[in-house]
Design a binder for this molecule. Structure first.
Ligand SMILES: C[S@@+](CC[C@H](N)C(=O)[O-])C[C@H]1O[C@@H](n2cnc3c(N)ncnc32)[C@H](O)[C@@H]1O
Length: 227
């Protein structure tokens, strides 16, 4: 039975033998970010056919606790939980029906929790710190990315990682996948240089340690928290 009114204990913990889905009354601020609605599976899972490999390329390692911001139906969250088990993985998404799909898919995954929450509010509602925070194909919608990154730092453990995967900053009409242009509008796209400058403006403590092309239309940058 899914409760929609349960309060989230803070700090949150791995479900263990308590399978309750933590889904407390949320503190939505701005609703769904622009151009971030969850892509249909028919093309998204083909574009990302090896999520485990992508996560490992982006620096995820066994034993790391993970916060997946804008996790959608868990296409990366659940493989992340399998890589890091028994460490805790928390997926956050504002879209309740999409999150229900993630929860359904993760029924057998004991180290994975899902929160129906606005990612802009997350730093105010959980006190956990994580080894690895990831935001995949969602960063471009942030209203104030500098402030967002500044707040995310408080959720990282010492030497923790912040991983951002973005659509490449090329015209949308050039990102054809399964016969159609995909991804956010051209003007919303963020180049790697812009992402680096946003993070630098937010904090000097997050240092880029890796930048990769994620074929065909994305790139990823992983930052490490310096103490
Ligand atoms: C493009 S999808 C990417 C999903 C997932 N990261 C993946 O790559 O498979 C963006 C997700 O961010 C979620 N989202 C948008 N605005 C949000 C917000 N303010 N708080 C939490 N989630 C949000 C959407 O509901 C959607 O599931």
């Amino acid at each position: 039975m899914i409760s929609t009114e349960q309060r989230c204990p803070s700090p949150i913990s791995a479900p263990g033998n308590d399978p309750t889905w933590i889904n407390w009354i949320n503190r939505q601020q701005g609703g769904c970010l622009p151009a971030t609605s969850m892509p249909d599976r028919d093309w998204w899972v083909k574009l990302w056919s090896q999520p485990e490999t992508t996560l490992k390329i982006m620096g995820l390692q066994s034993g790391m606790s993970v916060l997946d911001l804008g996790c959608g139906y868990g296409h990366f969250t659940i493989p992340a939980a399998q890589i890091v088990k028994p460490a805790l993985v928390v997926g956050v998404d504002i879209d309740f029906p999409i999150l229900a799909q993630a929860q359904q898919a993760a029924q057998e995954v004991s180290n994975c929790l899902f929160l129906n929450q606005d990612i802009l509010a997350i730093p105010q509602v959980i006190t956990n710190q994580f080894d690895y925070i990831t935001i995949h194909s969602t960063f471009h919608g942030l209203p104030n990315p500098v402030e967002f990154v500044r707040q995310i730092v408080s959720l990282l453990k010492p030497n923790g990682y912040f991983s951002v995967v973005n659509w490449r900053s090329i015209p949308r009409e050039d990102t054809i996948w399964l016969d159609k242009p995909r991804g956010p509008k051209t003007e919303l796209r963020i180049s790697p240089q812009k992402l680096l400058s946003i993070v630098k403006a937010a904090t000097q403590r997050l240092v880029a340690v890796q930048q990769v092309d994620l074929h065909p239309y994305h790139y990823g940058i992983t930052f490490k928290l310096q103490n």
